[in-house]
Design a binder for this molecule. Structure first.
Ligand code: ZN
Length: 106
């Protein structure tokens, strides 16, 4: 924990297009910027909203996308200006803004 200045590699479930299986791939995750938090995801699932994204009749989706924003995990590192949590704290809840910063660590 605490790799605030480092790019890390982790696994993520990526949707490349609608109505196709998710692909588990290795991605690089940048260190958190100001007011961002990087979370080590322990458990996640697809919610109803994300199921819509994968539906072929939903035309407003942007691909590729890493799904699973309602995960639970542990704060891995924090960016400058973050004062309400620190590495090692638990996190459970939605993380829309953090979606591009979150992955499934191995
Ligand atoms: Zn959701």
């Amino acid at each position: 924990m605490g790799s605030v200045a480092e790019v890390i590699k982790c696994k993520a479930a990526i949707a490349w297009e609608a109505n196709k299986p998710l692909c588990i791939e290795e991605v690089e995750v940048a260190p958190p910027k100001a007011h961002e938090v990087r979370i080590q995801i322990i458990a996640t699932a697809l919610c109803h909203t994300e199921a819509h994204i994968l539906h072929p009749k939903f035309t407003e989706a942007f691909f590729p996308v890493i799904l699973g924003h309602e995960g639970a995990g542990i704060v891995e590192s924090v960016g400058p200006g973050v004062t309400n949590c620190k590495p090692g704290n638990s996190h459970d809840g939605e993380s829309y803004k953090e979606q591009s910063q979150v992955g499934l660590f191995t």
